[in-house]
Design a protein around this ligand. Structure first.
Ligand code: UDP
Length: 329
């Protein structure tokens, strides 16, 4: 197949590229390197089946022609993280919403056969029930969640109106090798691994008893590739999770080291836990990598986080000021 991965130099995108090339497909990557890094694809250098284009997905005139002849699109490009989305909501809207329409329109023009959209479990906010099914109420807590949800809505409307084949995958707490390490304060794994490398204590939020559905990146990619191969499934939303939920204290135990406790933040759920019955039943998909296995792989590759920013109580307090200011009651 001729495939296209937006955000292919990023964390999840580069794993999607690995998988698609391993299956023998041709891959075109579009990435603006805002948080992705070309070194994530270094191991494919010289592979004639891979083409990389540096452009933003919202730059429609620049990217549109790259969709000619493409069979499958994996739309994984997005701006991530909570704090910068509160500080720069227009940038998030531009990348995650305008960028998504731009991708959809390019797909429509070139009659792309199937599209996978990377939606986010952050749309559930603080839900009433665990595990949380796809039918749970939408309760976005911050601009990042809103923009990813709007992107999902656009996908579903384009699916209906223009009769395109689109599947939306709501990812839960994705982690794995090459997890992003840009300057902004973000997902827990990058923070903790940099702290481990520097022999510093882990900045655990609250009492560390909160749990997350940590889902290993190759499982996420596997779910997307499984979905793209099913032409009988379209216009559907699927949760993609690990089938489990793990406490931050358990994560610390697996990583080993000291803890410093930092204040709980407003708008953060005490638990994320995907109800994966739908994806199991419809796509016959199940996750394969446990947290224990995933953490082991990350520790084997810990050198990747050598240049990652090192966070401590004070710098986190400074970086999360707007979080407390705008999301606090
Ligand atoms: N977390 C933590 N210390 C940090 C950053 C995050 O204990 O320095 C916790 C956070 O409270 C949450 C979990 O790790 O329970 C996952 O946080 P992340 O930001 O990765 O994902 P999200 O909260 O958006 O699910």
């Amino acid at each position: 197949m001729k495939t296209l991965v937006t955000g292919g130099c990023g964390f999840i995108g580069s794993h999607a590229v690995d998988r698609l090339l391993a299956e023998g497909h041709e891959v075109t990557v579009i990435d603006n390197l805002s948080s992705g890094n070309i070194r994530n694809l270094e191991h494919h250098k010289g592979n004639p089946k891979l083409q990389v284009h540096i452009a933003g997905i919202e730059e429609h005139a620049k990217i549109e022609s790259l969709f000619a002849g493409i069979d499958w699109v994996f739309h994984l490009a997005a701006l991530a993280d909570i704090v910068p989305s509160i500080e720069k909501p227009m940038q998030y809207h531009n990348s995650n919403v305008n960028g998504t329409i731009s991708v959809l329109e390019a797909c429509r023009k070139h009659q792309v056969k199937r599209i996978i959209y990377s939606a986010s479990s952050s749309c559930y906010g603080i839900p009433d029930s665990f595990p949380t099914p796809e039918t749970a109420e939408i309760r976005c807590q911050y601009p990042y969640a809103v923009t990813k949800y709007l992107g999902e809505e656009y996908c579903l409307y384009w699916e209906q109106i223009y009769k395109m084949n689109i599947t939306c995958m709501r990812f839960f707490n994705v982690y794995g090798t090459r997890a992003r390490t840009s300057g902004t304060y973000g997902a827990v794994f990058g923070v903790f691994l940099a702290q481990k490398l520097n022999n510093k204590s882990y900045t655990v939020v609250g009492d560390g008893k909160q749990t997350r559905d940590f889902t290993y990146v190759t499982d996420i990619v596997d779910a997307c590739v499984t979905a793209v191969k099913r032409d009988d499934v379209s216009g559907q939303i699927f949760n993609v999770g690990s089938g489990n939920t793990y406490s931050i204290n358990r994560l610390v135990q697996l990583l080993g080291g000291e803890i410093t406790y930092i204040p709980k933040r407003p708008g953060e759920p005490d638990c994320t836990f995907a109800d994966t019955k739908k994806i199991h039943k419809t796509l016959n998909w199940t996750p394969k990598v446990s947290l224990e296995e995933g953490v082991k792989i990350m520790l084997e590759n810990i050198d990747y986080w050598k240049e990652a920013p090192l966070w401590d109580t004070n710098s986190i307090a400074e970086a999360t000021k707007d979080w407390f200011k705008y999301l606090g009651k």
